[in-house]
Ligand binder design. Structure first.
Ligand SMILES: Cc1cc2nc3c(=O)[nH]c(=O)nc-3n(C[C@H](O)[C@H](O)[C@H](O)COP(=O)(O)OP(=O)(O)OC[C@H]3O[C@@H](n4cnc5c(N)ncnc54)[C@H](O)[C@@H]3O)c2cc1C
Length: 535
């Protein structure tokens, strides 16, 4: 049997495995990614890409390519409409600007969120990983088994085209193998939480006449159309802004709908429909008990499953990949301490709990919207019922479509590799992001005079942001050199950025989160450097 030696083996080439491949590739860490599929996208879901994910793509040099592609019209508004039915009356609209307009709509990030269809997003990540020169991507290769032994993991991998079996000797195995993760099962790590909170049926289909019909009925294109009075509450999501759609509806466990008939019934008007694929799916609210067993780590859906209500799935997984990626690189490069890899679970698992609960909550709130025949009536009572329903839908459903706090405001609370300054934790609201340099938070974005973002300063190592106006290097420099920690200091004269950063010194980690801050330099810089490198 052939043996291949590689520092890191990634199992799974979904968005999370590919994100980890980009993160490691960007850091020059050699790795292999195996994916049992051939890279074809089987079902189009996961198009809502968060600001924070776009910030990572920006660092990897991929954000411009993600924004400018033919996969989704740049200028199409991303409105979400609630109506009684497709042929019925509009009740509530959540207006959202187009991909192009949203890029700089918020002052909180250099990269606004965007809709990027999976058939564009995953291949883009694949190309980015390939371009790094550090990734060995092997499609149609499947992990069969693995064992951990002293200082390494031995993985058995089959090339599904030739049937050839190889042994991969690796220092770390990253399981990005999705909801049915064989790695998680082999480790005996259970998901905890509630399974199958609800059953659903999704259909991917083409219907060239559906977009024009929606525009004609509601006066504008939509990202999503939810129907309140149609049986099973189906909702339509545009996949490509043109003729490709996804329909999802609530069913009971014993139902097995015919896909074409279900779509026809939901549309309510005879129309040419080509079903591409249909699948039942269940909404869960679960997180893995543990994220690490020795040299093996769980990421993405292998570590957490949630309702697709808010777009938290792949985005949370990309956050896992970035957090683990710099820590693996630091460990393999020799400056990461023994506790650094342990901090992966300590930092990322609470974020998963927060996000799966947020998604579950969105589904509960959606369940409080009830069908009501009065909503379709032309009478004064019908008009009053629609106004009341509009208010109710806005109150119940806004939080799913306005998630700047979830996207940018997560923080690594009580992380052992962040140094608390005993200040009060800033608010953590799901909708509203409040910038903060509280240790563990994402360091804030501001535009620099040369047109870059403060975020463009971060990534390669630790960065000390200085607002003290002094020229001499700080004791952090010598301490970092002593431990071989990549480090630089950047002095900024801008008073507005100084006020945004809240302290005279803010030490930012390679993933852009704050490790330490203070108005005075620490008495013992080496102790701080040791703490934040996980020693
Ligand atoms: C209807 C719907 C809408 C959604 N919308 C959004 C959204 O807008 N935004 C968002 O962020 N998320 C969304 N999600 C969730 C998102 O799709 C998932 O969270 C995401 O795909 C998880 O990525 P992953 O890489 O962890 O796992 P997966 O995408 O499942 O990838 C795992 C990969 O591992 C491979 N694999 C498994 N076992 C092996 C093995 N033994 N050897 C080799 N390869 C293996 C599989 O073939 C697979 O390709 C949505 C989900 C649904 C159902």
């Amino acid at each position: 049997m052939r043996t291949i030696e590689i520092p890191v083996l990634i199992v799974g080439g979904g968005p999370v495995g590919l994100a980890l491949s980009n993160e490691l590739g960007w850091r020059g860490i050699r790795h292999m990614l195996i994916e049992k599929g051939n890279g074809d996208i089987l079902f189009p879901a996961g198009e809502g890409i968060f600001s924070r994910t776009m910030e990572h793509l920006r660092r990897w040099g991929l954000s411009k390519r993600a924004r400018h592609h033919e996969g989704f019209p740049d200028d199409q508004p991303l409105n979400v409409v609630f109506a009684t039915s497709l042929g019925g009356r509009a009740i509530a609209t959540f207006s959202a600007p187009s991909n192009a307009a949203v890029q700089h709509a918020s002052g909180d990030s250099p990269e606004g969120p965007m809709i990027c269809p999976k058939h564009v997003f995953d291949p883009l990540l694949r190309a980015g990983a390939q371009d790094s020169g550090a990734a060995d991507l092997r499609y149609e290769h499947e992990l069969l088994d693995f064992v951990q032994q002293q200082g390494e993991v031995l993985a058995t991998v089959r090339d599904n085209r030739s049937g050839q079996i190889s042994q991969v000797r690796t220092q770390y195995l990253a399981a990005c193998d999705g909801a049915r993760s064989g790695v998680r099962k082999q480790l005996g790590i259970a998901y905890v939480g509630t399974f199958a909170e609800g059953h659903n049926f999704a259909v991917s289909f083409k219907a060239p006449a559906l977009g024009p019909l929606i525009r004609q009925r509601f006066g504008h294109p939509v990202l999503q159309l939810h129907t309140v009075n149609t049986p099973h509450r189906p909702y339509f999501t545009t996949v490509d802004g043109r003729d490709w759609w996804r329909m999802s509806m609530y069913i009971t466990q014993d139902q097995d709908p015919d896909p074409k008939a279900a779509v026809q019934e939901a549309i309510g008007t005879p129309m040419e429909i080509e079903v591409i694929r249909a699948q039942p799916w269940s909404g869960h609210r679960v997180v893995a008990q543990r994220y690490r067993e020795g040299r093996v780590f769980l990421l993405g859906d292998a570590a957490h499953l949630r309702w697709p209500k808010g777009g938290f799935g792949a985005n949370t997984g990309v956050g896992d990949a970035v957090d683990l990626g710099w820590k693996l690189a630091a460990t393999l490069d020799g400056w990461g301490g023994a506790a650094l890899l342990d901090s992966y679970e300590a930092e990322r698992r609470p974020i998963a709990v927060r996000n799966v609960n947020e998604a579950a909550n969105n589904r509960v709130l959606d369940g409080r919207i009830a069908a009501d025949a009065l909503l379709d009536e032309a009478s004064t009572q019908g008009e009053a019922a629609r106004r009341e329903a509009e208010n109710r839908i806005h109150a119940l459903r806004l939080r799913e479509f306005s998630t700047q706090g979830v996207q940018l405001g997560y923080r690594y609370r009580q992380s052992r590799i962040c140094v608390s300054d005993d200040s009060l934790e800033p608010p953590d609201d799901h909708m509203v992001y409040q910038s903060s340099t509280w240790p563990g938070c994402r360091a804030p974005h501001a535009w620099l005079e040369d047109g870059r973002s403060t975020l463009d300063l971060f990534g390669r190592g630790f960065v000390l942001m200085r607002f003290d106006g002094a020229a001499a290097v700080t004791p952090f420099q010598a301490a970092a050199e002593q431990r071989g920690v990549p480090f630089c200091e950047i002095s900024l004269a801008s008073s507005s950025i100084a006020s945004l950063y809240e302290r005279r010194y803010v030490l930012v980690r390679p993933d852009g989160h704050v490790a330490w801050r203070g108005d005075e330099l620490p008495a013992d810089a080496l102790t701080v450097i040791d703490r934040i490198r996980g020693a």
